[in-house]
Write a protein that binds this ligand. Sequence first.
Ligand code: SF4
Length: 713
Amino acid sequence: TITSATITSATDTHCPYCALQCGMRLTPAGRTVEVAPREFPTNRGGLCRKGWTAAEVLTVGDRVTRPLVRDADGDLVAATWERALAVVADGLRDVRRRHGADAVGVFGGGGLTNEKAYHLGKFARVALGTSRIDYNGRFCMSSAAAAANRALGVDRGLPFPVTDLDAASTILLLGSNPAATMPPLLSHLQGARERGGLVVVDPRRSQTAELTAEGGGTHLAPAPGTDLVLLLGLTHVVLAEGLADEAYLGERTEGLRELRLSVNAWWPERVQQVTGVPVGRIRDVARRLAAGNGVYVITGRGVEQHVDGADTATAAINLALVLGLVGRPGSGYGTLTGQGNGQGGREHGQKCDQLPGYRSISDPAARKHVAGVWGVAADEMPGPGLPAVELLASMGRPGGVRALLVHGSNVVVSAPDAGAVRAGLGGLDLLVVCDFVLSETAELADVVLPVTQWAEEEGTTTSLEGRVLRRRAAVPPPGEARSDLWVLAELARLLDAPGAWPTEPAQVFDELARASAGGPADYSGLSHRLLDTGVAAYWPCPAHVIPEPGSRVTVEGDVVGTPRLFADRFPRPGGRARLVPVTPVVREPLGQRGGQLTMITGRLLEHYQSGAQTRRVPELLAAQPRLTAELHPATASRLRLVEGDEVSVRSPRGSVRARLRLSPGMRLDTVFLPFHYAGAECTNLLTEAAVDPVSRMPEFKRTLVVVGPPDDE
Ligand code: SF4
């Protein structure tokens, strides 16, 4: 138990927000802490505005400090833990009895620690017996994960340390704006920028794209949703001009013939017609990638959050493979994971199709191994469930979810077609939300369970480079807030679940490590004790590389595990990477038909995800108080709008209010809206719940909208 008496000195930990997991030092300051940056390889002593103000989230005014249960009048009122947990357990039992185990759904989050993510997956399958578990990472990393798994055999965001980027000559950055989302990363792009090798692909001239203006970099602004065609065009040029690394392709890949056929028809002139990127720039970028010494291809959500996101990420991997970059020292392919534990959150069983260790839930050997750790029979464990969008869409439908347990996610704001999600939640028999604030989703709940957050708890996260990090407690939790681990253990007890349900994070981690043994994300050589020695631990880190469990072992300096993947082989049958041919469905250009624009969504520097945390930090809210719609001045003029106007943005699914912001960096056919706001400013009221057929990622970056005066004027 963490008390103020047990915490008296500075605590080294990591930022609660994004996957860069910047190093922080926390000093006790009454009921809260003071944040200072700490030298760490990813941030080099820097923090962004969100990180500097992270302590304020600990003491926000509407922090939930007691369990809340909805009464007969429809109000959420304080209750004892005993009563709140009894209401939850009785409700879950009742739904299960009347509608079957799969009528209970579980929705997790990419911000949960590894220990919580692991226990949530185990709780769903063992205590509830449901297959219906997924998490908000489905909206975030699923396309890149699906692409890497099928092409490279494993998905680890960056399969190399971030610091490897420092020496790059050329970085092709697709659909990512780290200047706003993770600013300290820019120090790792600076070398390529100074060498004139920073190439940014973004339909918007983002803050990161602006960095290409000096030093000879390049900004390509394809029409929204045409990144796949652009990548096919770049690969076409590399192959057609004899710039491919033939020796690498012959030794380390398979499928070259099929890949050649798939890109044959994408000559630059045709690519220009679809994307709008000039032929000369397509050829120039392809040649620069081939000529560079130290070249990286990096993707982000901008190219992944599409209904063809998995194929687009696959095309990026194909390009990197054709250039011979993957697994070579000083070059590579990677994707920038977004959420704080976006990497670890997808490795330990929150995904509907996976078990701990990042193994398939359909793999008999994986099921047998994990069932053994959990103390249950493998054939009694549920199989694959429903991915996030389908899980939410099933609410209230025949055979769908009737009760939902939400941990660490604010789906009313973050899910596509948010109006339908809100309606679905309203029709549930039971909605339980574990959160530390009354988020927009928690406001709808029948029961709200107050839980601890980042600086109040012990645990681990796994950063965007696959490095396992210790999160440490620096301040006691307020009121009656308890760890999600304790909540799950208590519910498991009330539901008479088999197996052990430890609540100490170190013990849960040890169980997670055993469950992961032999999987792609093998943590079996790791423990809190080992991580506390200060080693840099990258998965896979199987137990056999640690001769004395728990001891400090030097494998490469102070590094344990595998900082760089694919050096000798790919974890696929035969050890080769697979060039997966992908074919675009050339969609009708959305453009400005009938006054319509293409809406793209993204993030602001000051806010994080659904904004549930950052909208409660006065400094961040003051800097970005409300939803803005960013338009090119010429487009605004055509619509008879001026800077600062109040506007409505409408799609067939809904309408939002926004303040107009003019930006010459926008395409004429596009409007940009951030997705951090709620209520009448919730951008996801406009987006559609259409999903990628491979990854089940929703389409967030290509929505047809109309921008005009407010609906009520
Ligand atoms: Fe670092 Fe990301 Fe936190 Fe900013 S939000 S301080 S970039 S970890």
